[in-house]
Ligand binder design. Sequence first.
Ligand code: SF4
Length: 65
Amino acid sequence: MAVVKADPGLCQGYANCVVAADDVFDLDDDGVVVVLRDEVEESEKDRVTDAARSCPVSALVVESS
Ligand code: SF4
């Protein structure tokens, strides 16, 4: 498993993460990132890591658990 973390204080609402992985990331009504699943399977880790890296303000982290 891998752990997904977001820093809402950094998020600028660009939504790159949502476009890349809408099963893991969403935006709330204020346009701030919400993590829908804070744990993802190892098989999903690369895809979710790519989505996290697409964030222009580095608000997202995916770590091995
Ligand atoms: S890509 Fe980054 S700035 Fe954009 S919504 Fe996701 S976390 Fe927020």
